[in-house]
Design a protein. Structure first.
Length: 80
């Protein structure tokens, strides 16, 4: 299991466009990925789940990966 903290740096927060790009990257991983913010944990590969977090500028989302590609999570999150 790998955990990575990811700070939202977009002034508009995590809206549909960056969320879609993030989900496309996460879907390349062969593992389960969850995201949690303010006590709410969701499937990070789900658009509805990710948007339901309501992540705003400077919020820190904790991503957790478990499976074959879990060690690639940090690279996926921090490559633009």
């Amino acid at each position: 299991m790998v955990k990575v903290n990811y700070e939202i740096t977009e002034p508009e927060g995590l809206h549909a466009l960056p969320a879609t790009a993030l989900i496309e990257k996460l879907n390349t991983l062969n593992c389960d990925v969850w995201a949690s913010l303010n006590g709410q944990m969701i499937d990070a590969k789900s658009m509805f789940g990710l948007m339901s977090l309501g992540a705003k500028y400077n919020d820190v989302i904790e991503f957790t990966a478990c499976g074959d590609d879990e060690d690639k999570l940090e690279n996926i999150l921090f490559v633009r």
